[in-house]
Design a protein around this ligand. Structure first.
Ligand code: BGC
Length: 415
């Protein structure tokens, strides 16, 4: 497809498809101490309704769809690939292309096969090879369909969770990005450990949404690099990249050093592992302001989103400019959005964010596209179905799609 600028929307398998029964998050949802108070169930039933959802994107005028493959569906048991599920994602990609919507495929978006966690998960060296072999399988299965491939979504999530836990312990807890319940995560007791042992065969299972050790970060980066090499080797025409969640870190007069350290921890430390990447997937939701002691709460009267963090669409432009100091290749905005029941705030958010993107492009920064999070209301992990990020709402009784004006608004920009 000829590429002008991608105006799209994003989802992730576990959050929209439903019945991801072989995954670790599904297992956690069934547990007493799993930390997921609501169950994903059939989610938005996107697994069965993807054609309708892609049709609605097409009607609105969007030209890109970022979605993820579920590793747990494709490889439900180590080394055993499920042909029906492999066929399913082929159908999704083919349907996108038929509707002239660019598929931006994410290999891994937070949920792992349960077997991977039983083997030590995202702290185990063997995960590098497991992820490489899954990537190789996917590349062979879809080599004619892959264009943009994101390896690991928000590879820095474990770092951010570590920061949020640190802050919560210092009683300075700021809003948490992806709806995680830090108090619950920090809670350790014997019953919890016994349950983990029974379900995963280990205590403190190293699922992706959990704090990461320095060693765990190295494993994730090695897995990413192995995947990029595999993609380049098996699908030479495809572009490969990672995605990171980046807050717009601002500082008071006294907070400069603290802000620089945070940017190093959240972004710059990963750069050496991205040298062979073709694009950078940038995800931004809000800003944070730090002084010499740490992060400050949003100022009084600041508008907050349902997630509890500040409504701050200007952050996207700031983060693009900061990233571009170190990153000279293509940047894709793989996520940006708000949870709100007031769609007019979503429209205003998109307008401000995109105006910033276009100023960056005018200044010569290579931004290739923008994917709003999310195409539809979905399962916001530990916050369940209470956060409404969607360009479309979902009637949870009938699964009917309720397209908001913001979706047409974004689509008109693409035209
Ligand atoms: C994640 C999504 C999540 C979104 C909104 C991102 O950090 O990639 O899975 O739903 O933020 O919190």
């Amino acid at each position: 497809m000829t590429h002008r600028f991608w105006y799209g929307a994003a989802t992730a398998g576990h959050q929209v498809e439903g019945n991801n029964t072989n995954s670790d998050i599904w297992a956690l949802e069934q547990m007493k101490y799993g930390g997921y108070p609501q169950k994903s169930g059939i989610a938005a039933d996107h697994y069965h309704r993807y054609r309708e959802d892609i049709d609605l994107m097409k009607q609105a005028g969007l030209n890109a769809y970022r979605f993820s493959l579920e590793w747990a569906r494709i490889e439900p048991e180590k080394g055993k690939f499920d042909e029906k599920e492999v066929r399913h994602y082929r159908d999704v990609m083919e349907y996108c292309l038929k509707q002239e919507i660019e598929p931006v495929v994410t290999l891994f978006h937070f949920s792992s096969p349960k077997w991977l966690i039983e083997k030590g998960g995202w702290e185990a060296e063997s995960t590098v090879e497991d992820f490489r072999s899954y990537t190789a399988y996917v590349c062979s299965a879809y080599h004619d369909l892959l264009h943009y491939v994101c390896t690991i979504n928000e590879a820095n999530l474990g770092v951010l969770i570590g920061i949020f836990i640190r802050q919560a312990m210092e009683r300075k807890d700021n809003a948490v990005q992806i709806g995680l319940d830090i108090d619950q995560m920090a809670k350790q007791n014997e019953e919890k450990q016994a349950e983990e042992l029974a379900v995963f065969g280990c205590v403190n299972p190293a699922v992706f949404p959990s704090p990461r050790s320095a060693g765990g970060n190295r494993i994730i980066m090695k897995a990413h690099q192995a995947a990029v090499r595999t993609i380049h080797e098996l699908v030479p025409h495809a572009k490969a990249g990672i995605t990171l969640s980046l807050r717009d870190i601002q500082h008071t007069e006294s907070g400069k050093q603290r802000a620089e350290d945070a940017w190093e921890e959240e972004f710059r430390q990963f750069l050496p592992a991205l040298e062979e990447d073709d694009f950078f997937g940038l995800q931004n939701y809000t800003r944070t302001v730090v002084d010499e002691h740490g992060e400050l709460p949003p100022s009084e009267g600041a508008e907050l989103t349902q997630m509890g963090y500040e409504y701050y669409p200007e952050g996207l432009e700031h983060v693009i400019r900061k990233v571009s100091e170190d990153w000279k290749k293509e940047i894709l905005i793989t996520e940006n959005g708000i949870a709100s029941d007031d769609d007019s705030r979503r429209i205003a958010f998109i307008d401000t964010a995109l105006a910033g993107v276009h100023r960056c492009i005018e200044d010569g920064i290579d931004v290739g596209g923008y994917c709003y999070w999310s195409l539809m209301d979905n399962y916001e992990w530990q916050s369940g179905y209470d956060m409404r990020f969607g360009l479309m709402g979902i009637d949870r009784n009938t699964m009917e799609r309720i397209v908001h004006e913001s979706m047409y608004h974004l689509g008109r920009k693409a035209r």
